[in-house]
Write a protein that binds this ligand. Structure first.
Ligand code: SF4
Ligand code: SF4
Length: 114
């Protein structure tokens, strides 16, 4: 499952640098699959697009998680680092993006090529 950030977010920014997949962005910012991953310029077969192309923000007023990049920190840490550091506990599991542990491992491999 991916993590999502709820409307309780106070925009403190503490979570952004904790994410090993660079899956967290400030509201209003463009995001890329290639940010913080080893995905390279050029059409990616799995994504069917160039991962360096900027995508529109998922939120404007609060920080957001890109579910396509979030692995619940699987492959790096035992627990979601954003949820640990968030001072208002607004990083929660996103039930709309269910993934098994194995799915998350595969996603990590896809993002980082290892
Ligand atoms: Fe990033 Fe981990 Fe939080 Fe997902 S759970 S957004 S990978 S810090
Ligand atoms: Fe928002 Fe929590 Fe991240 Fe701070 S740590 S920006 S409150 S989600």
């Amino acid at each position: 499952m991916s993590i999502k950030i709820t409307e309780e977010c106070i925009n403190c920014g503490a979570c952004e640098s904790e994410c090993p997949n660079r899956a967290i962005y400030e509201g209003g910012k463009m995001w890329r699959m290639s940010d913080g991953t080893s995905l390279k310029k050029g059409k990616n077969k799995e994504l069917e697009m160039d991962p360096t192309i900027p995508k529109n923000p998922k939120e404007q007023e609060i920080y957001f998680v890109v579910s396509e990049k979030c692995t619940e920190c699987v492959g790096f840490y035992d627990e979601p680092q954003c949820a640990i550091i968030c001072p208002v506990n607004c990083c929660i599991l996103d039930k709309n993006h269910f993934e098994t542990k194995e799915d998350l491992f595969q996603k990590k491999k896809f993002l980082h090529g290892e």
